[in-house]
Design a protein around this ligand. Structure first.
Ligand code: SF4
Length: 176
C-alpha cells in the first residue's frame, strides 16, 4: 500500500508508486538521490510496482513523498493512475499492437475507473496479457483491429482504439 508505514524501531518506510509500472532512468536516479538525501537506509522494489524507502524519520519520509510526487511518482492510493495498469507495449515489446503507456495515462486522466467504481483497469498490448493483476475488473486487450474489452459485469465488446476512452466513459456513466 502506498504511503507511510511505521517500523518497529520508531522510524518509518515510505512507499511510492511507479506510474504504469515504469520510470525513465533519469527519474529513477533522481528518486534514488532523494531517498539518500533524506537518510533512507535502502530503497527497494515493493508490491504493485512501487518502491519502498526504508529507515526514515517522519519529517524526512514526508519530504521524500513530496519529492517523489514532484518527480511524477504516485504517492496516494486514490490517484487515478494507481487504478490503471498496463504492460510494456510499444516500443518496448515487439508483440504489442499499440503504445500502451500513453493510452493508459489517457484512461487514467479520464477518470473512467473512479466514475464506474471499478478497482482497476488493465490494458494489455496483445492477447498475452502480461502483468495483468488478478484485481483488474476491466481488461482491455489490443489486437490488430482495436481493443477487446471485458467489463466488470462480464460484458464483452470490441472498440476502435480512437474511441476507447470515450466509450469507457459512457460505460462508466451506465455503471454509476
Ligand atoms: S501483453 Fe503482449 S504487448 Fe504487452 S508486454 Fe506482454 S507480449 Fe508485449
Amino acid at each position: 500500500m502506498l504511503g507511510l508505514h511505521p517500523l518497529a524501531d520508531g522510524r518509518c518506510a515510505a512507499a511510492v508508486g511507479l506510474p504504469f509500472g515504469a520510470l525513465a532512468a533519469k527519474t529513477f536516479a533522481e528518486l534514488v538521490a532523494a531517498a539518500a538525501r533524506r537518510g533512507a537506509s535502502s530503497l527497494q522494489p515493493w508490491e504493485r510496482h512501487s518502491a519502498l524507502a526504508i529507515g526514515l524519520d517522519l519529517a524526512s519520509a514526508r519530504a521524500f513523498q513530496r519529492e517523489a510526487a514532484e518527480l511524477g511518482l504516485v504517492v496516494r492510493e486514490h490517484d487515478p493512475r494507481w487504478r490503471v495498469s498496463t504492460c510494456s507495449g510499444r516500443p518496448g515489446c515487439g508483440s504489442a499492437w499499440l503504445a500502451t503507456r500513453p493510452l493508459a495515462a489517457e484512461i487514467a486522466r479520464s477518470g473512467a475507473a473512479d466514475r464506474s467504481g471499478v478497482r482497476r483497469i488493465h490494458l494489455a498490448g496483445c492477447a498475452k496479457r502480461c502483468a495483468a493483476p488478478r484485481a483488474a475488473d476491466v481488461q482491455l486487450v489490443a489486437d490488430a483491429h482495436g481493443v477487446e474489452v471485458e467489463l466488470a459485469d462480464g460484458t464483452r465488446a470490441h472498440w476502435p482504439v480512437a474511441e476507447l476512452v470515450s466509450r469507457l466513459l459512457r460505460a462508466a456513466e451506465v455503471a454509476s
